[in-house]
Design a protein around this ligand. Structure first.
Ligand code: SAH
Length: 280
């Protein structure tokens, strides 16, 4: 049995919303508008962090198999850059949800600025209790958001319900690639606690999906092309702008946001999962 890090207390949706309300501006200083990891196709890729985060959005979007007019739910939409990108690159109609009011405002403003106001709209809603009719989406994308949700099984049941038969789900999650060694445990526990997240074991996914009424299609360990380089880039950016960030947010927060301590923790993993709602 793999040993798990000390179980963190479960995230509470409203608290996660307040966390993102508070740090909406900071997120864009450090990560850019995509609040997720970059994906570099090769170790010598010269892609910037912004290009690499768009690349991860695109890799997930390809797996949604959507096109003009498809109805897509972006579960945990952040400040809307991925949702607007999906709308623009595929022609789909995107509905994004977040538990942060501030993110929702910003996501709608971004879509309007990009001229996508009639194709991408964002609202405050909780993935634990989706306010949408059965079968109302062709695809659901959850890009680095299920990590914050208090009960993955409940979220996946809602996803299965709002997907039409044949509809697809693509998500990323954090998992233990191997038992986290004692040396890496403080960094992992700190990261999960401060950002109100939990992680899973990869083998949890097939039964989780099956019980929710979804077919498991693909599971991929994307740690290598994503984690280390994102942590290095982020840590560098945060160190560089530490004085300004400390002036705006306080020195403690600069520490909290710096993922430098996770750089060598190879057991901390990043998972891509694809599932399908079976035809009736
Ligand atoms: N997918 C976006 C944002 C990732 S950050 C991007 O890649 O840029 C995590 C997002 O999940 C935030 O927008 C947060 O509000 C959202 N989230 C967390 N818990 C949620 C919940 N219970 N319901 C809906 N959204 C949630």
């Amino acid at each position: 049995m793999a040993q798990q890090p000390a179980p963190p207390s479960l995230p509470v949706s409203d608290e996660v919303g307040r966390l993102y309300d508070r740090y909406t501006d900071l997120g864009s200083v450090t990560l850019g508008e995509n609040l997720h990891f970059g994906y570099w196709d090769s170790p010598d890729s010269t892609a910037s962090l912004n290009e690499a985060t768009d690349r991860l959005t695109d890799l997930m979007t390809e797996r949604l198999r959507i096109g003009p007019g498809s109805r897509v739910l972006d579960l945990g939409c952040g400040t809307g850059a991925p949702g607007s990108r999906i709308a623009r690159t595929t022609g789909a109609q995107v509905t994004g949800i977040s538990v942060s009011h501030k993110q929702v405002q910003r996501a709608n403003a971004l879509a309007t600025t990009l001229g996508l106001g009639d194709q991408a709209r964002f609202e405050r809603a909780d993935a634990m209790d989706l306010p949408y009719a059965d079968g109302s989406f062709d695809a659901v994308i959850a890009l680095e958001s299920i990590i914050h949700m208090p009960d993955r099984a409940q979220v996946l049941r809602h996803v299965a319900r709002v997907l039409r038969p044949g509809g697809r789900l693509v998500l990323t999650d954090f998992f233990e690639r191997a038992p986290i060694p004692d040396s890496g445990r403080p960094a992992v526990e700190r990261y999960l606690r401060e950002f109100m997240m939990t992680m899973v074991q990869a083998e949890d996914y097939p039964p989780l999906l099956r019980r929710a009424g979804l077919w498991f299609e693909e599971m991929k360990d994307i740690s290598e092309p994503t984690l280390r380089r994102t942590f290095v880039e982020l840590s560098g950016r945060i160190t560089e702008s530490a004085p300004e960030l400390a002036a705006d947010y306080g020195g403690e927060l600069v520490q909290q946001f710096n993922p430098g301590d996770l750089i060598g923790v190879e057991e901390f993993g990043h998972l891509l999962v694809v599932a399908v709602r079976p035809d009736a």
